[in-house]
Design a protein around this ligand. Structure first.
Ligand code: SF4
Ligand code: F3S
Ligand code: FES
Length: 254
């Protein structure tokens, strides 16, 4: 009995949500056919609770199965579906259509500054190269004082709490005008992930990372444009984290 009620409730609740028509204009590129990317329009019947990711699924599953994009968790955790939506970097799974102006077409394209592979998919390797370069893992060679645990006070933990939230979506780095110029700059995401360990009292590799980021392509290339902070879907104070790393380098310690 209870399961009958549950089975009927889901579809009925969704059907009750009014539908509307939205035009999505997606920048498509198939390297085997196209010399240049091209914009393609799709008129879609969507529900008020749908997200941009749902609209992309509708295109892929009902109109054109060749549309290529990345997604995995669909809930803002994996970081795989960052893309430019109406000119701003966002996660497709966290962007509700109703929060956009659906009386106008919604433009969707791949992240800027990373090599375009197909449709909404970019090559993330340059991004992950910079991430790997800052050695984003705990370096702790010595034994804990009591031989068992590396204790940390709440205040010590708070110093890097914000930067632990990064999901490596690349929305920040691919919104940075300095990164767009030549792609050599480490970029905000790599600095955020260096920050996460530089300010961790249990870590012993702060100086190594500060030396890496005190490079001509390191923190000093940041021009405090704040695009990265605006783009971060996790609300990380990216520009603030970069400023803290700059100050640590100048002080010679975290
Ligand atoms: Fe994404 Fe924010 Fe991490 Fe940048 S700092 S990669 S925008 S989660
Ligand atoms: Fe770029 Fe962010 Fe600095 S957008 S210039 S890394 S403040
Ligand atoms: Fe995982 Fe959007 S699909 S963050």
């Amino acid at each position: 009995m209870a399961s009958d009620v549950l089975e009927k409730k889901g579809p009925r609740a969704h059907d009750a949500v009014p539908t509307f028509t939205v035009t999505m204009i997606v920048r498509r590129f198939d390297p085997e056919v196209d010399e240049e990317p091209r914009w393609v329009d799709y008129d879609l019947e969507m529900h008020g609770t749908d997200r941009v990711l749902d609209a992309l699924h509708k295109i892929k599953w009902e109109i054109d199965g060749s549309l290529a994009f990345r997604r995995s968790c669909a809930h803002g955790v994996c970081g795989s579906d960052a893309m430019r939506i109406n000119g701003r970097n966002r996660l497709a799974c966290k962007t509700l259509l109703k929060d956009l102006d659906v009386s106008q077409p919604i433009y969707v394209e791949a992240l800027k500054g990373l090599p375009l592979e197909k449709d909404l998919i970019v090559d993330m390797e340059p991004f992950f190269d910079s991430f790997r370069d800052v050695q984003p893992f705990l370096m702790a060679s010595s034994k804990p004082k009591d031989g068992k645990e590396r204790l940390q006070s709440p205040e010590e933990r708070a110093r890097f709490d914000d930067t632990t939230k990064c999901i490596l979506c690349a929305a920040c780095t691919s919104s940075c005008p300095v990164f767009w110029t030549d792609g050599q700059y480490f970029g905000p995401a790599a600095i955020v992930n260096a920050h996460r360990f530089i300010f961790d009292s249990r870590d012993e590799g702060a100086q190594v990372r500060m030396d890496i980021l005190n490079d001509k392509e390191g923190v000093w290339r940041c021009r405090t444009t704040f695009n990265c902070t605006d783009a971060c879907p996790r609300g990380i104070q990216v520009t603030q984290a970069i400023a803290e790393v700059k100050q640590a380098i100048m002080r010679g310690k975290p």
